[in-house]
Design a protein around this ligand. Structure first.
Ligand SMILES: Cc1cc2nc3c(=O)[nH]c(=O)nc-3n(C[C@H](O)[C@H](O)[C@H](O)COP(=O)(O)OP(=O)(O)OC[C@H]3O[C@@H](n4cnc5c(N)ncnc54)[C@H](O)[C@@H]3O)c2cc1C
Length: 465
């Protein structure tokens, strides 16, 4: 790469190295394109460095610690004695996981001969990007450009980020664990953060302005998840209004009374697409109301040679969504006729018990005009659940009445996040209840919950009345 304020011609230019950017870069290179990547942060983006991976690492470690103290071990005849944890070591282990994965991304990009330019990029016009980085200023003239610049956490009114009000990313890097913490939000990140701190014995309050956590999820599943939070000692406050900070405390109103809570506040209040620094106007790239880059199903913006993927497009903020859009975009760049059009988006929430859902809930299906049948099977009636001494869970299925077309599945309990893929595959493939019921499921296995929830929707469940 030539250094200095000179123009370098590049073929495919990708801005951002998160799940959207690095996957698009690798797939484009696999398809024979010459790829240059501009990135102003660590490889792997939010997911790897500040999001999915650090959060899941800490939640998993905290969950294992909690399990050592769970009475279910004693029931199985296991005595653990006194247990403790070292938050500093837990953080160091998490950082090791992140570094290992980030190093892996670096090797993959190098292995595909993707040239990386470190620095912040913004448009000079619809064919050129300026990059300001450690080696000065570059002008890159591109043939095609793919934007994968992600999104940043949003502040909530009354709770600007500062010393005592943290974003989820900052909350994952706390150098010391506080005695108490308050998590504000109703999304999966808020629930996972509350579980993490609750697992470690921090006095945790989870506050939401609405009347429900994860309002899109089946209420029967959420009741189990909320019971799990309560078991960890997490206080859930719904309908919390007028949240603000005063004298270092969180002040809010609930049930007509003003209340105060000590301890840092973590706000998981949505995200804002990272488009403000891109100078999109100079290029003529159109954005939507929240600043998101609008794209068609082939991931192309209003300009035929500029594409966008991931959080910056305002789609549901998931790495899995960014990964898929990235593959679609790379193939579009290769001239193929492809589209991002998933029939089901599986979502996993790493609470205890774990929650996973895909497709439509019964209520959402009805709102879409389906006449539905539903089925349920409790983990307490699943033999593998009993051999694992874990009874807290359920599988809930939704299908179209008559045709039996599978529409949605929700699973609560051990390994729900892995079990959900059977239903997701089924929905993608247009499977019916009969299709799922015809498949042999290993015994004893947690997957039998899925089978029997399907049979229950058909009125044929064996192991429940
Ligand atoms: C706490 C937390 C937990 C999460 N957990 C999960 C989870 O369990 N599962 C899941 O699927 N998703 C999870 N997510 C969401 C997931 O992290 C994002 O959906 C995903 O990272 C989006 O990928 P992306 O490539 O669109 O953007 P990002 O990962 O944000 O990457 C954006 C990239 O663009 C670069 N960049 C931005 N602007 C510029 C510029 N002007 N010039 C050059 N480079 C630029 C950044 O440095 C970065 O490399 C979580 C998010 C958070 C915050």
């Amino acid at each position: 790469m030539v250094v200095g304020d000179v123009t370098t011609a590049v073929s495919t230019l990708i801005v951002g190295a998160g799940p959207g950017g690095y996957v698009a870069a690798i797939r484009a290179a696999q398809l024979g394109q010459s790829v240059t990547m501009v990135v102003d942060g660590p490889l792997g983006g939010t997911c790897l460095n500040r999001g999915c991976i650090p959060l899941k690492a800490l939640v998993s470690a905290s969950r294992r610690f909690r399990q050592l103290n769970d009475e279910s071990l004693q029931t199985m005849g296991i005595q653990t004695g006194t247990t403790s944890f070292d938050w500093g070591k837990m953080q160091a282990w998490k950082t090791g996981v992140v570094e290992r994965l980030s190093g892996g991304v670096e090797k993959l990009l190098a292995g595909h001969k993707i040239e990386i330019v470190h620095g912040l990029g913004w448009f000079l016009n619809e064919r050129e990007l300026r990059v300001e980085g450690e080696y000065g200023s570059h002008r890159l003239a591109f043939e095609k450009c793919l934007l994968a610049t992600g999104a940043s956490p949003c502040e909530l009114p009354g709770l600007p980020f500062g010393e005592n009000v943290l974003s989820p990313q900052q909350a994952l890097a706390l150098s010391e664990l506080p005695a108490s913490i308050n998590v504000v939000g109703d999304d999966y990140i808020a629930l996972e953060l509350a579980s993490l701190y609750g697992n470690l014995g921090v006095a945790t309050t989870l506050l939401t302005k609405g009347d429900k956590l994860l309002p899109e999820v089946e209420p029967a599943a959420m009741r189990l998840v909320q019971a799990g939070l309560r078991k960890l000692g997490v206080q859930v406050v719904t309908n919390a209004q007028w949240l603000k900070m005063a004298a270092g405390e969180l002040v809010y109103e609930a049930g007509g009374q003003e209340k105060r809570l000590a301890g840092p506040v973590v706000v998981s209040g949505g995200i804002q697409p990272n488009t403000d620094k891109l100078n999109l106007k100079e290029a003529g790239v159109k954005t939507g109301r929240n600043g998101e880059i609008t794209v068609n199903p082939a991931q192309v913006t209003n300009l035929p040679d500029i594409l966008a993927v991931g959080d910056v497009t305002g789609q549901i903020a998931l790495a899995s969504v960014a990964y898929k859009q990235a593959r679609v975009a790379a193939e579009t760049l290769d001239g193929r006729k492809v589209a991002y059009d998933p029939q089901a988006v599986p979502i996993v929430v790493h609470t205890t018990p774990e929650l996973a859902y895909t497709g439509l809930s019964a209520e959402a299906a009805r709102l879409e005009g389906f006449e539905v049948v539903t089925g349920r099977f409790p983990l307490a009636a699943n033999s593998r659940g009993l051999t694992l001494n874990s009874e807290n869970g359920v599988a809930l299925v939704v299908a179209e009445k008559g045709s039996g077309l599978l529409l949605g599945m929700t699973i609560v309990g051990l390994q729900a996040g892995d079990l959900i893929m059977e239903a997701s595959l089924g929905i993608e493939m247009g499977a019916t209840l009969t299709d799922l019921a015809e498949i042999l499921h290993p015994h004893p296995g947690l997957g039998e919950m899925t089978l029997e929830s399907v049979e229950s929707a058909m009125g044929l469940a064996i192991h429940t009345l």
